[in-house]
Design a protein around this ligand. Structure first.
Ligand code: ADP
Length: 471
């Protein structure tokens, strides 16, 4: 298949969040499994010279009195195209300008016109998040109707973050001159409505967003349309305790005893007592409400009564930063907070901890728990979104499960679950080691995700057998 990815950010060219990482990994893997892959994004002034120097001019496209130069970089087997227009995309900030509706609707138009001009007959155009939401609409309502070239193109639309929908007022409708009905424009809604396939980043989240608590006002769309869930992967080469160069001592599933050395060095670096028998519980997270920080704040002092050490690496809301700052002063030999974004320390914490806590209120996919698991750190999570899809609670009767989970968004349930984990940690080393082994064995590779998207692409192209399979 010929697959074209369209997104507002792609790592390493420009990144603000997880979308960029997905746009880095998924296209590469898709080409690895045999498809022709291109990726299209705007050419922002924020893209480093390292890349702009490598760009080659491909062609220019004219639209509504503007000229758009298209550049390309070929990396591996993926072709990256960049849409240049100084007025629209070379700004001091990438997101949040008051003409974002124009910036990104024009971007979508240019993508289609560009494909036409270079005769790139995509089988699938895979759009991502609201910035690309108008593309499926343009394709279905205009381009396909008037031009045979587009006849067989299908669209997939992936929701990475339902919070940001690209909502614009009625004036926007007029100024864009679009024939969409309604009081205003919601790019995300339009993407969901007109795409052939809609996906989000975990199966559980795909179900949860049918309910108002999670749906951010789009439940009419989320309930009326089939939404598939495809879990993101992680970079299993980088997040491999055997190879990762930033951890203290490398280990693999057979030498997992060496995880203990990482714990000792971590305790040293954190200025915590170096006691092998004390469980280290960690969090690496944005300090925001959605990550369950209120639950942690409510019960952490109670938890600190247990023989445990707790390390939090994160940054975010001042209220939490201050709270943890004060807590560290009160319990310097049991609790450490590291404020800021520090990927190297993050790896050391993943490797050196026994338990990884993620009590999120909602979690579309969640990467941290998967990274922790690859490092043999036992996840303790709330059953929501991608957390529910990756962690199952240990069941002493069947021996199944790989972590410890709780269902209600409740601080006492969280504490109870942590203590349940502690009991196994202290009293049943056999079970604990089994859990470590099990977690390190799990497959969170992008290849697995790419295979699932591949099936959805075939379904978009009309494959009925696969469709029945996945129903
Ligand atoms: P979200 O995207 O909602 O923040 P995820 O779990 O999907 O949560 O991804 C978070 C990623 O960011 C993980 O790779 C995690 O290790 C990393 N991360 C979060 N906070 C920090 C931090 N303070 N320092 C280093 N890495 C961090």
């Amino acid at each position: 298949m010929n697959v074209v990815y369209v997104a507002s950010e792609v790592f390493p060219f420009f990144k603000t969040g997880g979308l960029a990482d997905v746009m880095y990994s998924l296209p590469r893997k898709m080409s690895r499994i045999g498809h022709d892959v291109s990726v299209i994004m705007p050419k922002y002034s924020q893209i480093s010279q390292i890349y702009t120097r490598k760009m080659e001019h491909v062609i220019s496209v004219e639209y509504s009195g503007r000229v758009f130069n298209i550049y390309k970089i070929v990396e591996g087997y993926v072709i990256y195209y960049f849409v240049e227009n100084k007025e629209l995309f070379e700004r001091s900030q990438v997101y949040g300008c008051d003409d974002e509706d124009i910036q990104f609707s024009v971007f979508c138009e240019i993508v289609l016109k560009f494909l036409r001009k270079i005769q790139l007959k995509a089988d699938i155009i895979h759009c991502n998040d609201w910035q690309t939401g108008l593309l499926p609409f343009f394709l279905k309502k205009r381009y396909i109707l008037s031009d045979e070239f587009f006849a067989n193109m299908k669209t997939v639309f992936t929701i990475h973050n339902l919070m940001y929908q690209g909502k614009f007022s009625k004036t926007s409708l007029h100024r864009l001159g679009y024939d969409v009905e309604g009081d205003g424009l919601n790019f995300m809604r339009i993407g969901m409505e007109y795409a052939d396939i809609v996906t989000t980043v975990s199966k559980t989240y795909a179900e949860e967003i049918k309910y108002p608590y999670f749906s951010e006002g789009l439940e009419d769309m989320t309930t009326s349309k089939k939404i598939y869930g495809v879990l993101n992967g992680i970079d299993v080469i980088y997040f491999n305790p055997e190879r990762n160069s930033s951890i203290y001592v490398n280990y693999n599933i057979y030498t997992r005893k060496d995880k203990a050395k990482n714990k000792m060095f971590l305790q040293q670096e954190m200025k915590l007592p170096e006691t092998a028998e004390t469980p280290v519980i960690s969090m690496i997270t944005r300090l925001v409400e959605g990550k369950g920080m209120d639950l942690v704040r409510y019960n952490i002092e109670e938890l600190l009564k247990d023989p445990v050490q707790i390390i939090i690496l994160g940054s975010g809301d001042k209220q939490y930063e201050e709270f943890f700052w004060n807590l560290e002063k009160k319990y310097p030999s049991k609790f450490k907070i590291k404020l800021g974004y520090d990927p190297v320390l993050a790896n050391k914490i993943y490797a050196g901890s026994d338990m990884f806590l993620m009590p999120s209120r909602y979690e579309p996919c969640g990467l941290s728990q998967m990274i922790a698991m690859k490092f043999g750190t036992i996840p303790i999570v709330r059953e929501t979104g991608g957390l529910k899809d990756t962690v199952t609670s240990y069941n002493k009767y069947t021996g199944e499960g790989n972590g410890f989970t709780f269902a209600n968004f409740n601080a006492d349930d969280m504490l109870y679950t942590l203590r349940r984990a502690e009991r196994y940690y202290f009293n049943d080393k056999g079970v604990w080691d089994k859990l470590i082994e099990r977690n390190m064995n799990l497959d969170f590779s992008w290849i697995r995700s790419a295979r699932e998207y591949e099936k959805l692409y075939w379904i978009a192209k009309g494959d009925k057998v696969l469709k029945a399979d996945l129903a």
